[in-house]
Design a protein around this ligand. Structure first.
Ligand SMILES: *Cc1c(COP(=O)(O)O)cnc(C)c1O
Length: 428
């Protein structure tokens, strides 16, 4: 086998020169760069979650390259708050009284809990003590925020009475956490936000909810299951609500905290808010993204995550057929090119039960391991991230923007017509 490999090694001077050049080019490239996401997973934390809308990118370009009115009022010339650029928008879109933005939702939960008196008890259902990917574990976040956790109910069933029994002198808060990355099915029941709010009012206790993904549109209008919206929690009377900016909202990484002015003010004046504050690029991208939501149709058209989530299966099928036809024409060698229809997922700990119809291009090359093909695609320019299944490379159209189809095609053709590929694959 080793001899065979030696035979395949090309040590001619043009090949060596090409290899050296390749190494130098590699060193000159940015470490962090755009990739084509062909995994079919829309919100992939390792791939940077939501791509920004064009309007958000434009806004970032302008503010990033310049000075800005980040903390100055152009009206009065006096100092103002960076949060003001998005606070009114967030209130308008959700119905909340006040809002604040921090680094991510983990920071939002931590900060909000820390802002209620330290050491005081927070009551949570055992069915909601979640772990979200990337080591966000609710019990640990609570412990480090200084709150002490009081667990009530069981994994599958928690009733209002369970919370009620646990309320005591030291209780500071009732907490509800959206089980965004799993579902308890079957013999299960949880207390709704509105029931928890009723209980909170009865005892004079605030209610906080970590809604996770932060959906602002009614997804059931676009053929998806109904996912509670942020507005629903506000309408239910929840006092403090936290969610992510880069999941289903489709904006930059951020943790949004909205709710009653009294509590948001308390959070704003917490010393830790300064340590978790967002930079001007985040504020800019978030403002531009939120503005798109003022017109729901526009949001669905221009926010990449919403667009990918709602694009009909037939459109993906048509795109897959067109790409496959081109690949059959242009790839040299004994390729097997098919179209599959496996489901794709939302990912990023969102909508765990939702599987989206999708189309994949399945690629195989005789005599070459599929893992090797996937690796070559990963090293391409731009890198293409694909799945490998049953000795085939799968390119899922659901997580790719239609505008990128041409680039995807050209990248694949370029990658697999390099000399090495032809020799190992088509020729041998
Ligand atoms: C995703 C998620 C988090 C963590 O949010 P980040 O923005 O990734 O920090 C916290 N809670 C819930 C319920 C989530 O779904």
């Amino acid at each position: 086998a080793a001899e065979k490999e030696l035979e395949l090694l090309n040590v001619s001077s043009p090949a060596l020169a090409e290899e050296a050049l390749e190494k130098i080019r590699g060193k000159m490239e940015y470490n962090l760069r755009p990739v084509l996401n062909a995994t079919g997973v829309l919100l992939h934390t390792n791939l940077g979650r939501a791509p920004l809308a064009a309007a958000a990118v434009e806004a970032v370009k302008g503010v990033g390259a310049s000075f800005s009115n980040l903390e100055i009022s152009l009206h009065s010339g006096k100092r103002s708050s960076r949060y003001e650029h998005v606070e009114e928008l967030l209130c308008r879109l959700t119905g909340a009284e006040a809002a604040l933005v921090v680094n991510n939702n983990a920071a939002a939960v931590f900060l909000a809990l820390n802002s209620f008196e330290a050491g005081k008890e927070v009551i949570v259902s055992r069915g909601e003590l979640v772990e979200i990917g990337g080591s966000f574990r609710l019990p640990e976040v609570m412990a480090s925020s200084g709150a002490s956790l009081v667990e009530v109910g069981t994994t599958n069933k928690t009733y209002t009475g369970d919370y009620k029994k646990a309320i005591g002198e030291k209780t500071a808060l009732l907490l509800k956490v959206h089980t965004s990355n799993f579902k308890v099915l079957g013999f299960a029941s949880a207390v709704s936000a509105s029931a928890l709010v009723r209980l909170g009012r009865e005892y004079g206790l605030p209610v906080m909810e970590d809604v996770g993904s932060g959906v602002l549109v009614d997804l059931s209008r676009y053929g998806l299951p109904y996912e509670p919206r942020v507005q629903d929690s506000v309408a239910a009377g929840v006092d403090v609500i936290t969610f992510s900016g880069d999941k289903l909202l489709g904006g930059p990484q951020a943790g949004l905290i909205i709710g009653r002015k009294k509590y948001i003010d308390r959070i704003k004046s917490n010393q830790l808010t300064r340590a978790l504050r967002v930079d001007k690029l985040t504020v800019t991208a978030l403002e531009a993204t939120l503005r798109l939501y003022l017109d729901e149709k526009k949001a669905l058209r221009e926010i990449p995550v919403l667009r990918m989530l709602t694009v009909p299966g037939e459109v993906l099928q048509r795109r897959a057929e067109a790409l496959a036809a081109e690949l059959r024409k242009k790839l040299v060698g004994e390729w097997e090119i098919d179209i599959l229809h496996e489901k794709s997922r939302v990912g990023g700990g969102s909508l765990p039960l939702v599987s989206l119809s999708s189309s994949q291009i399945s690629l195989g090359l005789k005599g070459v391991n599929a893992g090797e093909l996937a690796q070559r695609l990963r090293k391409a320019k731009p890198p293409v991230i694909a799945r490998v299944k049953r000795q085939r490379v799968l390119l899922d159209l659901r997580s790719l923007k239609e505008e990128d189809d041409r680039e995807l095609l050209e990248t694949i053709v370029r990658t697999f017509s390099s000399s090495g590929m032809r020799k190992n694959g088509g020729g041998s």
